[in-house]
Design a protein around this ligand. Structure first.
Ligand SMILES: *Cc1c(COP(=O)(O)O)cnc(C)c1O
Ligand code: SF4
Length: 346
């Protein structure tokens, strides 16, 4: 039997033609963008749009600027860190396990936009099994992070089966799930899903709110259900030009998240993924925002501001001791102590 959320997924907007009809705009120029990077917007998320080009619109509606070739196809060098196709293993004790190739809404700024929603991202059972076998054969891995795509788009039995297998590996101490479902399809957070997830404690969920208007009643209810099931909730926000790149919006967002029991975990500097250049902000913007939050806001609302350096050099907290300005050049010190030149935007 199909669940209500599965029905909702079928009703997603997936073509520029539908946008033309819904918003009385000419979306023909977006055909080429959607042909390159898939378009999908859940009806729920679409309903959050109040006006063309508002912060919700910008996150989900294709933009011709995505065809700008500037940027890297694999900005984090993830492909070099994949011992098997479904696993990204950069840090010894934790690994990302890509278990789903699709999302309820495709974010236009996605770092994996070269892959999500495309056939190259759809994972076969064999690839999932190889992922589990790799984790089982690698005793250093204590922390498994399910990602994708959106792991919570998997049907309950498939998700349950995967979690069972990971949970059964003796050296895996905890599981994390990265999911934007509470933001883009909160109806997916059913009582049955919560009961299922509860069995795998300690299981953490990191979700992905970027704007205070995403904290709706439905999103709050979804987070409440998860929190009531004993699941600690964190949030990863991406700093996006024209969406949330000012202290006012970010502080409203972080305060709102704490009210729904979601702890701001990371504020991410946009990475250099191809087709996302128009979202990029200079590092100085992020530093200014972080500084404005410290003091006025609860320490709980002060996440680490991080950058994931190109070429798989890892995440670095953007603190003064990691940044060196030499004239026009901006250098960032990696965790390994190496100084890397960073192409900041203006
Ligand atoms: C970000 C990331 C993780 C998780 O890092 P935490 O700082 O522990 O949240 C794990 N693996 C890869 C490849 C990552 O990019
Ligand atoms: S939900 Fe996450 S993986 Fe999916 S498109 Fe958005 S950022 Fe990318």
């Amino acid at each position: 039997m199909q669940e209500a959320w599965q029905q909702q997924l079928k009703e997603c907007v997936t073509t520029p033609q539908q946008l033309t009809e819904l918003f009385a705009i000419d979306a023909t120029p977006l055909e080429a963008v959607a042909a390159r990077y898939p378009l999908r917007i859940s009806r729920y998320y679409l309903d959050l749009i109040e006006a063309v080009d508002d912060p919700i619109w910008r996150q989900c509606v294709p933009d011709v600027r995505e065809l700008n070739a500037e940027g890297l196809t694999d900005p984090l060098g993830e492909e070099n860190l994949s011992p098997v196709p479904a696993v990204i293993h950069r840090y010894p004790d934790r690994a990302i396990f890509l278990v789903s190739g699709s999302c309820a809404t495709y974010c236009r700024f996605c770092t994996r936009k070269r892959k999500v929603g495309c056939s190259s991202m759809s994972l076969s059972f064999r690839e999932l099994r190889e992922g589990i076998d790799y984790i089982a054969a690698t005793p250093q891995i204590r922390d498994v992070i399910l990602s994708g795509g959106d792991p919570l788009l998997l049907p309950d039995p498939v998700l349950g089966d995967l979690l069972d297998r990971i949970h059964a590996i003796p050296h895996v101490e905890m599981i994390r799930i990265g999911s934007r479902i509470p933001v883009t399809l909160p109806q997916r957070v059913t009582d049955r899903l919560c009961a299922l997830l509860k069995r795998f404690a300690p299981l953490y969920i990191n979700t992905h709110f970027n704007h205070p208007r995403e904290i709706t009643e439905a999103a709050s209810a979804a987070c409440a259900k998860l929190a009531d099931a004993g699941i600690p909730l964190g949030n990863q926000t991406v700093l996006l030009r024209g969406v949330n790149d000012d202290p006012q919006t970010i502080s409203e967002l972080f305060r709102g998240l704490l009210k729904i029991r979601v702890k701001p975990y990371y504020l991410h500097q946009m990475d250099l993924a191809c087709g996302t250049a128009h979202f990029r902000t200079p590092i100085a913007t992020g530093l200014k925002i972080v500084k404005a939050l410290r003091g006025p806001l609860s320490g709980l609302a002060s996440p680490h501001y991080v950058i994931d350096l190109p070429g798989g050099k890892g995440k670095v907290p953007l603190l003064p001791e990691y940044i060196e300005q030499r004239g026009e050049r901006l250098l960032i010190r990696t965790q390994a102590g190496e100084l890397v030149e960073y192409q900041d935007c203006r």
